[in-house]
Design a protein around this ligand. Structure first.
Ligand code: DGT
Ligand code: CA
Ligand code: CA
Length: 585
C-alpha cells in the first residue's frame, strides 16, 4: 500500500480549511478552539508531521487528540479525509481561495463567495477583483469602501509575494541547526562544525542554512549527511559542497574544508554578501585578494585556521558576525572603534512580563520564582491593563488596588528579588491611553504600546506615539514599530521625532525580545543610540520559559550595535529605578 507523503504545509492548509468550515457552520466554540490550538502547534513543528505519524509519534504532540490523529491517519493512508470533504460539500469552493486576503476571515470569505457565486478555487480571486473594481464589494453588508480598497491592495500584493518563499524565524532555524549538529557530531572526522550565513549573523529570519565542516575525510562527511533523516530532496552533490531540501522546506548547504583553512571558509560563508564585497575592496587596496580558501598576497595563498587570524592579517580586529551587514563596521574596525557589544549576562532584570491576570500562562508567584531562578535582581509584572471602557472606573480601580497589595505582599515575604508593579497600557487609535492618569500614578511604572489601528498615516501615528511619550506616567514605549515578522508590517512614523520625544521626556524605548517581534528593529536600535535614547530589553514573556526570549533580544540589540550602557536593565536595582524613573519608592 502506498502512503500519501504530504508536506507540513499541505497538511496545515487542509486543517485550516476545515477550521474555516467549522467557523462558518458555527461548530461548538470549545471544539473550534481546541482544533485551532492543535493547528498552531502543528504549524510550529520543524519536524515532518508525516514522519511523526509514520513513527507512531503523533500522540506525543501536545494538543493532538485521538480525533485529529484519526483524521491524519486517514489523510496519510488515503490522501483525503471523508469527514472534511462531507462538511465542505455544500459551501462555495471559491471561499477557500479568499481566506488570508487582508481582512478576510472564513465568514467574510463565505459571504463574498455566496454573493458573487465564486464556485471555483482557481478563478475566485480574479473574479473578486473584478467585482471590487466595479465597486460591488462595498455594497455587501459588512463591507465598506475601505475594506474594498484593502481587498484590491491585498490581491495585488498577493501576486507579488506568491513567488517569494517565506523566511524562517531564527528560533525555529535554531532547532534544525541543533539537530544537524547532533547528527553530524556522531562522526569523529567532524573536527569543527558551524552554521554560518544569516544564522551566524543572528538575522531575525533565515532564507537557507549554511554549514561548514572542517575535516580530513570529506567523502565520509557527505556520505553521512546524505542519510540525515529529514532530507526530502537532494539538489547538488559535489566533492566540496552538497545542497538539500529538508521535509520542512528548508534548504541546507554543506561545505567542507581542511582545518588549516577553516578560518577563511568561516569568514566567507558567514557573509553577509555586502560585508564580503566591501572587505574585498578594502583588501585590494592593500594588494591582498580574498577568497573562501584564504588570502592571496604576492602570488602566495595564505591559509588561516581561525577567523581572528584572517581579520588580523588584514590589519583589522575580529568583527563580530552580528555587525557584518556592510553598514560601517569595516570603517569602525579600521580605527579600532567597534562597539563592545552587550551580552546576555549583562541583563539583571526584566519588567515586561504577563501572568494569568491577563493573557499569561503562569501566576504572579510562578513568574517571580522563575525570575529568581534566572538570577535576576528585579522583575516587573506588566499585565495588560484591565479596560475602564468595558468594566468601568470603580471596578478597575479595585483591581489595581488589589494587585498593589499582592505585589507589596510578595516583596515583604522574600528578599531574593525586587518585584515592581506595572501595566502594559494600550495607546488607543485616538492617542488616549487605556488607563486614566489617576490609576496610572498608582503603579511603579507603566508601559505603553500600540495594539490596534496599525495602518494610520504617518502624521497620525507619529502624534499618537509622541502623545504616549509625553504622558508623565508612561515610562516605556513597548515594541515601538508594532511589526510581526511575516505577518504585519511596522508602523511608519517619523522616527526622528519619536527619538527626539523619547530623549527630551526621558522615556525608554523597548527592545521586545519575542522572536517574531524583535522590536525595536536592529536599524532603529542603531539610530536610537545616535540620539542618545536609552533602551530596555524585555522578554514580553507570557509563560515562564519565555523569560528566556531575552536571548533573542540580545541578538537584535547586538545587530543594532548596542553596548551595555545603552540598555538600562543592565543596571543594578538602585540605578535601574532611577533610569526608569520608577514611582512610589
Ligand atoms: P539567507 O540565506 O538569505 O538568510 O542569507 P545568507 O547571508 O545566509 O546568504 P546565502 O545563504 O545566500 O549565502 C551564505 C553566505 O555565502 C553569504 O552570507 C556570504 C557568502 N556569499 C554568497 N554569495 C556570495 C557572493 O556572491 N559574494 C560573496 N563575496 N559572498 C557570497
Ligand atoms: Ca543562508
Ligand atoms: Ca546558502
Amino acid at each position: 500500500m502506498t502512503n500519501y507523503r504530504l508536506s507540513n504545509k499541505e497538511v496545515i492548509l487542509l486543517l485550516k480549511e476545515m477550521l474555516a468550515v467549522m467557523d462558518v457552520k458555527n461548530y461548538n466554540v470549545f471544539r473550534v478552539r481546541a482544533y485551532q490550538n492543535a493547528i498552531s502547534i502543528l504549524d510550529n513543528l520543524t519536524v515532518s508531521i508525516y514522519d511523526m505519524w509514520e513513527n507512531k509519534k503523533l500522540g506525543d504532540i501536545p494538543g493532538v487528540g485521538p480525533a485529529l490523529q484519526g483524521h491524519l491517519n486517514e489523510l496519510f493512508t488515503t490522501g483525503k479525509v471523508v469527514e472534511f470533504e462531507e462538511a465542505q460539500k455544500d459551501l462555495p469552493q471559491g471561499m477557500f481561495s479568499l481566506i488570508g486576503i487582508r481582512g478576510i476571515g472564513a465568514r467574510k470569505a463565505f459571504k463574498l463567495a455566496m454573493a458573487f457565486k465564486l464556485n471555483s478555487r482557481e478563478t475566485a480571486i480574479e473574479k473578486l477583483k473584478e467585482h471590487a473594481l466595479k465597486g460591488e464589494v462595498q455594497k455587501i453588508e459588512g463591507f465598506g469602501e475601505k475594506s474594498e480598497k484593502d481587498i484590491l491592495e491585498s490581491v495585488d500584493q498577493l501576486k507579488m509575494t506568491k513567488n517569494e518563499k517565506e523566511r524562517t524565524l531564527l528560533v525555529r532555524a535554531e532547532e534544525i541547526v541543533f539537530r544537524v549538529y547532533e547528527y553530524m557530531k556522531e562522526l569523529d572526522c567532524v573536527l569543527q562544525i558551524e552554521s554560518t550565513g544569516s544564522f551566524r549573523r543572528r538575522s531575525p529570519t533565515v532564507g537557507d542554512l549554511d554549514f561548514i565542516i572542517s575535516t580530513r575525510e570529506p567523502a565520509k562527511i557527505f556520505e553521512h549527511f546524505a542519510k540525515f533523516p529529514e532530507i526530502a530532496e537532494t539538489l547538488v552533490v559535489g566533492d566540496k559542497k552538497t545542497s538539500v531540501v529538508l521535509t520542512n522546506g528548508m534548504q541546507v548547504d554543506v561545505r567542507v574544508t581542511e582545518p588549516e583553512a577553516y578560518g577563511a571558509m568561516l569568514q566567507y560563508s558567514t557573509g553577509s554578501k555586502q560585508h564580503n564585497i566591501l572587505l574585498r575592496s578594502y583588501s585590494l587596496e592593500k594588494k591582498m585578494s580574498l577568497s573562501e580558501y584564504g588570502i592571496k598576497q604576492n602570488d602566495e595563498l595564505l591559509q588561516f585556521d581561525t577567523e581572528e587570524k584572517f581579520y588580523n592579517h588584514l590589519g583589522l580586529p575580529l568583527i563580530p558576525p552580528e555587525l557584518r551587514s556592510g553598514h560601517g563596521e569595516i570603517e569602525a574596525a579600521k580605527v579600532n572603534k567597534l562597539p563592545k557589544l552587550i551580552e546576555l549576562k549583562d541583563i539583571r532584570g526584566d519588567v515586561h512580563t504577563h501572568t494569568t491576570d491577563s493573557d499569561g500562562l503562569a501566576t504572579l508567584e510562578e513568574m517571580v520564582e522563575a525570575a529568581i531562578h534566572m538570577g535576576y535582581e528585579y522583575i516587573g509584572i506588566s499585565d495588560h491593563a484591565p479596560s475602564v471602557m468595558s468594566r468601568g472606573f470603580d471596578e478597575v480601580a479595585a483591581v489595581v488596588h488589589k494587585k498593589r497589595q499582592m505585589i507589596d505582599a510578595i516583596n515583604k515575604k522574600q528578599n531574593k528579588i525586587k518585584v515592581l508593579f506595572g501595566y502594559e497600557v494600550n495607546i488607543l487609535a485616538d492617542a488616549t491611553l487605556g488607563l486614566p492618569d489617576e490609576l496610572l500614578k498608582l503603579l511603579d511604572y507603566a508601559i505603553a504600546g500600540i495594539h490596534t489601528s496599525f495602518d494610520q498615516d504617518r502624521d497620525t501615528v507619529t502624534k499618537r506615539l509622541i502623545c504616549a511619550l509625553e504622558n508623565p506616567y508612561i515610562n516605556i514605549l513597548a515594541h515601538p514599530s508594532g511589526r510581526l515578522i511575516n505577518k504585519r508590517d511596522p508602523v511608519d512614523p517619523n522616527w526622528n521625532k519619536i527619538f527626539e520625544a523619547a530623549r527630551d521626556n526621558g522615556k525608554i524605548l523597548e527592545i521586545d525580545s519575542q522572536p517574531d517581534r524583535l522590536d525595536l528593529t536592529d536599524d532603529l536600535i542603531k539610530e536610537a543610540i545616535s540620539w542618545d535614547v536609552k533602551m530596555i530589553l524585555s522578554s514580553d514573556a507570557h509563560a515562564i520559559d519565555q523569560l528566556y526570549f531575552t536571548k533573542c533580544g540580545i541578538d537584535d540589540a547586538r545587530r543594532g550595535w548596542a553596548e551595555k550602557q545603552n540598555v538600562i536593565n543592565t543596571l543594578h536595582f538602585e540605578d535601574f529605578v532611577k533610569a526608569l524613573n520608577v514611582r512610589n519608592l
